[in-house]
Design a protein around this ligand. Structure first.
Ligand code: BGP
Length: 480
């Protein structure tokens, strides 16, 4: 298909992953344990992520941990990067595992083996002219910081994070030009374990601890921006938001207002602080309503004000539809972010994630209209079960359709005036799913022979979407 919308020269085409979902080698190279290493895979995982009271010490023998080996990127990165280069990637989004650099998070000296591993990965990428886009923290807080300090609830964690950031910036300043601070920072509102490094134990403590942890992350993020500017004046550093526009179920003004409030809290709260450098007006009332009193140290607000990000990166998978009075049946039917079913949208078969490319165009317009800073879509994709045919081919036309429609929506948004830096579809190579902890929910353009029970040869195969995406990149988005 021909795309009439032109993508700008230098558009950053690529793909995205995260250390805890691809690397494996969970206890190699002196790496310490992080949250993802102790979260089991399987049916119970989502429940554990969503419900209060998760304790990773309980029942740990009865679960499986597919990410302990994952797709073994730790040993196979050369083969994988060669495949990315074959597709023509300009950039590759990956994350550094904090626990490879500081195994417990609170040491004074970094772990050289961990640092050397990422040197090798960056060098390999540069060999093919691929620029790394590096997430500093992607759902992988050191377990020791959770147990001993309570995750981001603790102010001390800001100091440990600063040490980690200073080490990686000094080490990789000649090798990495694009940085992101916290993956999907707003996801902590839904999954505090992943996003904020602690489990909510009591409903009564939920609001206070969540927003105090957010304040610490904002201070940490601004510290990273400040350091980045000092050490790498030519680099760009962005925030990362899980963006899901919230639609009102209908034109009932009560539903419209409710959708707006959910939209503000979920999509704008973290972005306002990191891009505008201020707590937004709407959050003051929320803090009053839930009796939230932040401990803010002297200098915090100035630091946040003076060190705002260069760009906004976002993941976009779906929109969310909301109404005030949900019946028990309607509750949580929308998708992973709750909400209700949208009668105009189809959903992915097994996992119920609604498919809404127009929502991406809306999202990009909303974000650019509010902030006027460059945007970067660093996650987007369709999780599906793939079948390998007897001749070894994988015909994932459903994935091609999904990506094509979202790329078209980005083209439209750029015509609307949005400044877009690039596109890195999620899981460009099959990897362990965040919400299920399993392999069978696949996003990749490259298939990896690894199954939920841990079996498989780890062999890589090019899917149909691999060849399709290669043409998309070669034509700079004209051939879709
Ligand atoms: C985002 C995360 C990723 C990722 C993706 C897909 O929220 O940043 O880590 O996994 O969602 O989600 P899932 O794997 O649950 O399908």
């Amino acid at each position: 298909m021909h795309n009439p919308k032109k993508f700008p020269e230098g558009f950053l085409w690529g793909g995205a992953t995260a250390a805890n979902q691809v690397e494996g080698g969970f206890n190699e190279g002196n790496k310490g344990l992080n949250i993802a290493d102790v979260l089991p895979g399987g049916k119970e995982r989502l429940k554990l992520l969503l419900e209060p009271g998760f304790d990773f010490e309980v029942n740990k023998e009865k679960y499986t941990y597919p990410n302990h080996e994952a797709i073994d990127f730790y040993h196979r990165y050369k083969e994988d990067i060669a495949l990315f280069a074959e597709m023509g990637f300009k950039v590759f989004r990956m994350s550094i595992a904090w626990t490879r650099i500081f195994p417990n998070g609170d040491e004074l000296e970094p772990n050289e083996e961990g640092l050397a591993f990422y040197d090798r990965v960056f060098d390999e990428l540069h060999k093919y002219g691929i620029e790394p886009v590096v997430t500093i923290s992607h759902y992988e807080m050191p377990v020791n910081l959770v147990k001993e300090y309570g995750g981001w609830r603790s102010r001390q964690v800001v100091t440990f994070f600063e040490r980690y950031v200073s080490v990686i910036f000094n080490r990789y300043k000649g090798k990495v030009k694009y940085w992101l601070t916290f993956n999907e920072i707003n996801s902590g509102l839904h999954f505090p374990i992943m996003g904020l490094g602690f489990a909510i134990q009591k409903e009564s403590d939920k609001y206070q601890s969540t927003f105090q942890a957010y304040h610490h992350q904002f201070v940490a993020s601004s510290t990273a921006v400040k350091l980045c500017r000092e050490l790498m004046p030519d680099a760009k550093i962005g925030c990362m938001i899980l963006y899901a526009p919230v639609y009102a179920y209908d034109s009932n003004p009560e539903n419209v207002l409710y959708a707006l409030q959910e939209h503000q809290l979920f999509n704008y709260f973290c972005t306002d602080v990191q891009v505008r450098g201020e707590y937004p007006a709407f959050i003051k009332r929320y803090f009053n309503d839930y009796d939230i009193q932040l401990e803010i140290q002297e200098g915090d607000l100035e630091l946040i004000k003076e060190n705002t990000v260069d760009y906004i990166s976002l993941s976009y998978y779906m929109s969310r539809t909301e109404k005030v009075d949900k019946t028990e049946e309607e509750k949580g039917q929308g998708n992973i972010l709750s909400g209700v079913r949208n009668p105009f949208l189809e959903a992915s078969e097994e996992w119920g994630w609604e498919i809404d490319p127009t929502g991406l165009r809306t999202s990009l317009n909303q974000l650019y209209g509010r902030y006027q800073v460059p945007l970067f879509v660093v996650e987007n994709g369709l999780g599906a079960r793939d079948e390998v045919a007897s001749d070894g081919s994988i015909k994932d036309d459903y994935r091609i359709d999904y990506l094509r429609n979202h790329i078209k929506a980005m083209g439209e948004a750029m015509e609307d005036g949005v400044e877009l830096m690039g596109y890195t579809p999620w899981g460009c190579i099959d990897l362990v799913s965040m919400s299920t902890g399993e392999m069978s929910k696949r996003y990749g353009l490259i298939y990896v022979d690894k199954q939920d029970d841990g079996s498989g040869t780890l062999e890589r195969k090019r899917k149909k979407s691999f060849f399709w995406y290669k043409d998309v990149i070669a034509s700079n988005g004209e051939v879709l």
